[in-house]
Design a protein. Structure first.
Length: 136
């Protein structure tokens, strides 16, 4: 009987503390977000917009590519696995590109293949969202 009362007591305490009490304030006491925290909130919104742009397609995964502006031109490569003869929609969100625009190129093969073919290219991309659809 004591065991049941003890379990009931802990259950009630749990319900009171976590469900009935209003949300706890942060330890910092209502301070503004740090620049990094604001950046993470912004990224979350960008990802949400990309997922919405994929409808009615089913969402499978996401990848956020970070880059820094440098004094020379360089490329970042992202590889995705696809199934031949299937239709895909790729959603790009470049709202976080604040300075000079970037170029987005889509190839049929990885960079290491000299026989790869350029499938899509968009230059001077910044402060925009767009989708690219493949045909089966």
């Amino acid at each position: 009987m004591k065991e049941i009362n003890r379990n009931l007591f802990f259950s009630l305490v749990f319900i009171f503390v976590f469900l009935l009490v209003p949300q706890f304030e942060s330890q910092r006491g209502g301070e503004e977000l740090t620049p990094y925290q604001a950046y993470l909130v912004e990224l979350k919104e960008y990802r949400r917009n990309c997922r919405n742009a994929l409808k009615p397609f089913r969402y499978d995964g996401s990848l956020t590519t970070h880059f820094s502006y440098k004094e020379y031109t360089y490329a970042k490569e992202v590889e995705i696995a696809t199934i031949q003869k299937e239709e895909y929609r790729l959603s790009f969100n470049a709202m976080g590109v604040k300075n000079d625009g970037i170029t987005i190129r889509i190839y049929d093969k990885a960079k290491r293949f000299t026989s790869r073919t350029l499938l899509y290219e968009k230059e001077n991309v910044s402060n925009t969202e767009f989708t690219v659809e493949t045909t089966p």
